[in-house]
Design a protein. Structure first.
Length: 453
């Protein structure tokens, strides 16, 4: 194995351990501290499942455990339903507590994840996030942006009512508005007069399993970047996959006409849907000729691949710094925007607007964590914050095996005036376990399918 491959595996392993251990510790730590505050005896606090690697017993009788399998953790509390509890300890059992105390303990895990995400984002904002002003460099022919008469050298100011200051905000807002019509307010670099354009994003397709760029999807090329003629993602069942294009291919000519960058062939391919092109491709030194036919999908030209993007100029580079007082406010606002975006994506999956194959799990998290770590501390911290939010939302699903399910049972208890029977609880627990297992299998299937593709 080459040194670079070994180094890459080491980076993946380290980021895997750090990411999962951190998120699990934060989540279970929320339950742990809430239980302690509510006067519940915590018997064990475990990071991971399975064989114990390390353990420590503190003076309060809590055993801290690090186990072999890092995909989860648990906090075990004293409970008369599962333990033989001596009379002097009855007041320290979980089931002896009031409903609001139980609800606090269950909700503390997801809340801890959200507080952690806000804290991490505060650190990111304090360090400063490098980005670029949203100045348009070029617009692809026959694209959504071209139809809306968006032109080069315009700067994006607003998307609907969202104020825009950098390209990350443009991308995030477009993803959040997928399936809707949006109003984009722009100004020319030469003057400050606002021009209004409308784009219909109903045809905007989002796939988190590929290196997808919604800017290129609507035909906008930022001023500071250059699109190289190297393929970095190929969508299945599209003209790109049908033509036999692979990730890493370098397109060197179309119909025997040399191309120097990706912008050349993107404009050409988008302009002539249905036409047969001959792509000359360099695949690791082997020159291939592939027939490529762009297709019409929802009245737009579909090609099905993404090209490598490189920073061409730092002219429009900006670094945002914020004073300490403003940090918390901005961090809270940003995290709740991400929560809204995540919930919106889940709703679109449940309603069929997005494919269920877009769900991803631990394998994709490890891959993305390693990629984020390679891009520096800021990228990794932002990724960690996002995954923490996803963990909080996932645990609030109303399945009895998750925190959200426990909270649902407590809510029902308030309504009917008494706890649900053990029989109902056990049946719902087993059903939810099966549902969760099927969901986990689906997520792992999606991850493996992504790797195979």
């Amino acid at each position: 194995m080459r040194t670079c491959e070994m180094l890459n595996l080491i980076i993946i392993f380290i980021t895997f351990i750090i990411t999962f251990a951190t998120l699990i510790t934060v989540h279970e730590g929320g339950h742990f501290f809430a239980a302690r505050l509510c006067g519940v005896q915590v018997q064990s606090f475990s990071i991971g499942f399975g064989k114990t690697i390390w353990k420590y017993l503190d003076k309060k009788g809590t055993e801290y455990i690090i186990a072999l399998i890092p995909f989860g953790g648990y906090v075990k509390m004293l409970d008369t339903r599962t333990d033989d509890v001596p009379v002097p300890m009855l007041h320290k059992t979980f089931n002896s507590k009031k409903i609001w105390q139980k609800a606090t303990i269950f909700a503390a895990g997801p809340i801890a994840n959200i507080i952690f995400a806000i804290t991490v984002y505060c650190i990111v904002l304090f360090i400063g996030i490098p980005n670029f002003k949203p100045v348009i460099g070029d617009v692809l022919t026959k694209s959504l942006a071209a139809e809306a008469q968006i032109q080069p050298n315009m700067e994006v100011k607003y998307i609907d009512d969202v104020k825009i200051s950098d390209w990350d905000e443009v991308t995030r807002t477009l993803l959040n508005k997928t399936g809707k019509k949006v109003i984009i307010k722009l100004s020319s670099l030469n003057d400050n007069n606002i021009q209004i354009r409308q784009i219909n994003l109903k045809t905007l397709q989002f796939n988190p399993h590929v290196k997808y760029d919604p800017l290129l999807a609507i035909g906008i090329i930022p001023k500071h970047i250059n699109i190289e003629n190297i393929i970095v993602a190929v969508e299945p069942y599209t003209p790109a996959s049908k033509a036999g294009l692979h990730i890493g291919d370098k397109i060197i000519a179309i119909d025997n006409k040399p191309v120097s960058n990706g912008q050349d062939y993107l404009n050409l391919l988008h302009s002539y849907p249905g036409r047969i092109f001959v792509l000359k491709v360099n695949r690791q030194g082997l020159i291939l000729q592939l027939k490529f036919i762009p297709e019409i999908y929802q009245n737009k030209c579909l090609i099905g691949f993404s090209s490598k993007v490189a920073v061409l100029s730092n002219t429009y580079k900006i670094i945002k710094y914020h004073n300490p007082i403003k940090l918390i406010e901005l961090s809270v606002k940003k995290i709740f925007q991400l929560i809204e975006l995540t919930i919106s994506a889940l709703i679109k999956i449940l309603t069929g607007q997005m494919k269920i194959t877009y769900l991803s799990g631990p394998i994709s998290i490890v891959e993305n964590a390693a990629n984020a770590a390679k891009h520096g501390l800021i990228s990794y911290l932002m990724f960690l914050s996002l995954i923490s939010i996803n963990l909080a939302i996932m645990n609030m699903f109303p399945l009895p095996i998750l925190d959200g399910g426990h909270l649902l049972f407590l809510f029902i208890e308030i309504i009917i005036g008494k706890p649900l029977s053990e029989e109902i609880y056990n049946i719902s627990y087993h059903i939810s376990s099966i549902v969760l297992l099927l969901l986990i299998l689906l997520i792992f299937y999606n991850d493996l399918l992504h790797i195979l593709k």
